[in-house]
Design a binder for this molecule. Structure first.
Ligand code: HEC
Length: 159
Protein backbone atom coordinates (compact mmCIF):
# COMPACT_ATOMS: atom_id res chain seq x y z
CA UNK A 1 0.00 0.00 0.00
CA UNK A 2 2.78 2.37 0.96
CA UNK A 3 4.58 1.54 -2.26
CA UNK A 4 1.48 2.22 -4.31
CA UNK A 5 1.06 5.57 -2.60
CA UNK A 6 4.67 6.47 -3.29
CA UNK A 7 4.23 5.49 -6.92
CA UNK A 8 1.13 7.66 -7.20
CA UNK A 9 2.97 10.62 -5.72
CA UNK A 10 5.86 10.12 -8.15
CA UNK A 11 3.51 9.92 -11.13
CA UNK A 12 1.73 13.08 -10.01
CA UNK A 13 5.04 14.90 -9.58
CA UNK A 14 6.27 13.82 -13.00
CA UNK A 15 2.98 14.95 -14.51
CA UNK A 16 3.12 18.42 -13.01
CA UNK A 17 6.77 18.77 -13.99
CA UNK A 18 5.94 17.85 -17.60
CA UNK A 19 3.07 20.33 -17.57
CA UNK A 20 5.30 23.08 -16.18
CA UNK A 21 7.86 22.40 -18.90
CA UNK A 22 5.22 22.44 -21.61
CA UNK A 23 3.69 25.73 -20.49
CA UNK A 24 7.18 27.24 -20.79
CA UNK A 25 7.38 26.29 -24.46
CA UNK A 26 7.68 29.07 -27.03
CA UNK A 27 5.52 28.39 -30.08
CA UNK A 28 6.94 28.25 -33.59
CA UNK A 29 6.00 31.62 -35.17
CA UNK A 30 3.77 30.44 -38.03
CA UNK A 31 3.34 33.06 -40.76
CA UNK A 32 5.97 35.44 -39.40
CA UNK A 33 7.07 36.44 -42.92
CA UNK A 34 3.82 38.37 -43.22
CA UNK A 35 4.46 40.32 -39.99
CA UNK A 36 5.86 43.81 -39.68
CA UNK A 37 9.46 44.08 -40.86
CA UNK A 38 11.34 46.01 -38.17
CA UNK A 39 14.88 46.03 -39.53
CA UNK A 40 17.69 44.19 -41.31
CA UNK A 41 21.34 43.99 -40.31
CA UNK A 42 24.41 42.30 -41.78
CA UNK A 43 27.14 41.10 -39.42
CA UNK A 44 30.43 40.51 -41.19
CA UNK A 45 33.62 38.71 -40.17
CA UNK A 46 35.43 40.73 -37.52
CA UNK A 47 32.32 41.62 -35.53
CA UNK A 48 32.48 40.28 -31.95
CA UNK A 49 29.18 38.42 -32.42
CA UNK A 50 30.13 36.99 -35.84
CA UNK A 51 30.56 33.46 -34.50
CA UNK A 52 26.94 33.22 -33.35
CA UNK A 53 25.13 35.80 -35.48
CA UNK A 54 27.25 36.21 -38.63
CA UNK A 55 25.20 36.67 -41.81
CA UNK A 56 22.13 38.73 -42.63
CA UNK A 57 19.20 38.90 -40.24
CA UNK A 58 15.74 40.39 -40.45
CA UNK A 59 13.69 41.26 -37.38
CA UNK A 60 9.90 40.82 -37.58
CA UNK A 61 7.22 41.90 -35.07
CA UNK A 62 3.64 40.71 -34.74
CA UNK A 63 0.97 43.37 -34.17
CA UNK A 64 1.42 43.54 -30.37
CA UNK A 65 5.20 43.69 -30.63
CA UNK A 66 4.91 46.42 -33.26
CA UNK A 67 2.75 48.48 -30.90
CA UNK A 68 5.33 48.10 -28.14
CA UNK A 69 8.22 49.32 -30.29
CA UNK A 70 7.23 52.96 -29.90
CA UNK A 71 6.58 52.80 -26.14
CA UNK A 72 9.29 50.29 -25.13
CA UNK A 73 6.68 48.31 -23.16
CA UNK A 74 5.18 45.08 -24.44
CA UNK A 75 1.80 43.41 -23.81
CA UNK A 76 1.47 39.66 -23.33
CA UNK A 77 1.21 38.01 -26.74
CA UNK A 78 3.90 40.21 -28.33
CA UNK A 79 6.30 38.14 -30.47
CA UNK A 80 9.57 39.06 -32.18
CA UNK A 81 11.40 36.93 -34.72
CA UNK A 82 15.09 37.17 -35.56
CA UNK A 83 15.53 35.46 -38.93
CA UNK A 84 19.23 34.73 -39.56
CA UNK A 85 20.45 33.68 -43.02
CA UNK A 86 23.85 33.11 -44.60
CA UNK A 87 25.04 36.17 -46.54
CA UNK A 88 27.21 35.01 -49.46
CA UNK A 89 28.85 37.67 -51.64
CA UNK A 90 29.20 37.06 -55.37
CA UNK A 91 30.19 39.63 -58.01
CA UNK A 92 30.00 42.30 -55.29
CA UNK A 93 26.36 41.38 -54.55
CA UNK A 94 25.47 40.25 -51.05
CA UNK A 95 22.43 37.98 -51.10
CA UNK A 96 20.34 35.89 -48.72
CA UNK A 97 21.62 32.32 -48.41
CA UNK A 98 20.43 29.33 -46.41
CA UNK A 99 18.59 29.97 -43.15
CA UNK A 100 20.89 29.44 -40.15
CA UNK A 101 18.50 29.93 -37.30
CA UNK A 102 15.11 31.41 -36.43
CA UNK A 103 15.20 33.00 -32.96
CA UNK A 104 11.97 33.91 -31.19
CA UNK A 105 10.94 36.01 -28.19
CA UNK A 106 7.38 35.65 -26.90
CA UNK A 107 5.98 37.87 -24.13
CA UNK A 108 4.03 36.21 -21.33
CA UNK A 109 4.69 37.86 -17.98
CA UNK A 110 3.43 34.95 -15.89
CA UNK A 111 4.85 31.98 -17.81
CA UNK A 112 8.28 33.51 -18.35
CA UNK A 113 8.58 35.53 -15.13
CA UNK A 114 12.17 34.43 -14.48
CA UNK A 115 13.42 35.78 -17.84
CA UNK A 116 11.91 39.25 -17.80
CA UNK A 117 8.48 38.04 -18.97
CA UNK A 118 9.90 36.83 -22.31
CA UNK A 119 10.16 33.25 -23.50
CA UNK A 120 13.21 32.57 -25.73
CA UNK A 121 13.62 29.80 -28.30
CA UNK A 122 15.65 29.30 -31.46
CA UNK A 123 14.94 26.82 -34.26
CA UNK A 124 17.94 25.43 -36.10
CA UNK A 125 17.67 26.07 -39.84
CA UNK A 126 14.19 27.47 -39.21
CA UNK A 127 12.92 23.93 -38.58
CA UNK A 128 10.02 23.85 -36.10
CA UNK A 129 11.16 20.36 -35.03
CA UNK A 130 14.65 21.52 -34.06
CA UNK A 131 14.48 23.82 -31.02
CA UNK A 132 17.94 24.45 -29.56
CA UNK A 133 17.42 26.53 -26.43
CA UNK A 134 17.51 24.45 -23.25
CA UNK A 135 18.46 27.22 -20.83
CA UNK A 136 16.99 30.56 -21.92
CA UNK A 137 18.69 32.42 -19.07
CA UNK A 138 22.18 31.37 -20.09
CA UNK A 139 21.76 31.17 -23.86
CA UNK A 140 19.66 34.30 -24.45
CA UNK A 141 18.43 36.34 -21.52
CA UNK A 142 21.83 37.18 -20.00
CA UNK A 143 22.53 39.31 -23.07
CA UNK A 144 19.03 40.80 -23.54
CA UNK A 145 19.10 41.76 -19.87
CA UNK A 146 21.22 44.77 -20.85
CA UNK A 147 18.10 46.24 -22.52
CA UNK A 148 16.05 46.22 -19.33
CA UNK A 149 14.92 49.82 -19.80
CA UNK A 150 13.40 48.81 -23.18
CA UNK A 151 11.68 45.70 -21.79
CA UNK A 152 14.66 43.53 -22.87
CA UNK A 153 14.26 44.34 -26.59
CA UNK A 154 17.19 45.68 -28.63
CA UNK A 155 15.25 46.86 -31.67
CA UNK A 156 13.71 50.31 -31.63
CA UNK A 157 11.06 52.06 -33.66
CA UNK A 158 12.20 53.48 -37.00
CA UNK A 159 9.50 55.19 -39.07
C1 HEC B 1 25.43 38.24 -27.14
C2 HEC B 1 24.14 38.89 -27.01
C3 HEC B 1 22.90 38.18 -27.43
C4 HEC B 1 22.51 36.89 -27.15
C5 HEC B 1 23.26 35.83 -26.37
C6 HEC B 1 21.20 36.73 -27.74
N1 HEC B 1 20.79 37.87 -28.36
FE1 HEC B 1 19.02 38.21 -29.28
N2 HEC B 1 19.68 40.02 -29.89
C7 HEC B 1 20.91 40.59 -29.59
C8 HEC B 1 21.04 41.86 -30.29
C9 HEC B 1 22.24 42.80 -30.21
C10 HEC B 1 19.85 42.04 -31.02
C11 HEC B 1 19.50 43.22 -31.93
C12 HEC B 1 19.90 42.90 -33.36
C13 HEC B 1 19.67 44.06 -34.28
O1 HEC B 1 19.77 45.20 -33.85
O2 HEC B 1 19.41 43.81 -35.47
C14 HEC B 1 19.01 40.88 -30.72
C15 HEC B 1 17.72 40.73 -31.21
C16 HEC B 1 16.91 39.65 -30.95
C17 HEC B 1 15.53 39.52 -31.37
C18 HEC B 1 14.70 40.61 -32.04
C19 HEC B 1 14.09 41.52 -30.94
C20 HEC B 1 15.09 42.49 -30.36
O3 HEC B 1 15.45 42.34 -29.16
O4 HEC B 1 15.56 43.38 -31.09
C21 HEC B 1 15.11 38.28 -30.99
C22 HEC B 1 13.75 37.66 -31.24
C23 HEC B 1 16.21 37.64 -30.31
N3 HEC B 1 17.30 38.49 -30.28
C24 HEC B 1 16.15 36.37 -29.76
C25 HEC B 1 17.23 35.76 -29.11
C26 HEC B 1 17.22 34.38 -28.66
C27 HEC B 1 16.06 33.41 -28.78
C28 HEC B 1 18.43 34.15 -28.08
C29 HEC B 1 18.97 32.86 -27.50
C30 HEC B 1 19.06 31.76 -28.42
C31 HEC B 1 19.20 35.40 -28.18
N4 HEC B 1 18.43 36.34 -28.81
C32 HEC B 1 20.48 35.54 -27.68
C33 HEC B 1 21.85 40.06 -28.76
C34 HEC B 1 21.81 38.78 -28.22
Amino acid sequence: MKRLLLLMVLVALAGSWALAERTKTVNFPQGYRKWYHVKTLVLQAGHPLYEAFGGIHHVYANEKAKQGLSTGRYADGAVFVFDLLEAPVENSALSEGARKVLAVMEKDSARFADTGGWGFQAFSGGDAQKPIVTNAKEQCFHCHESQKDKDYVFSTWRP
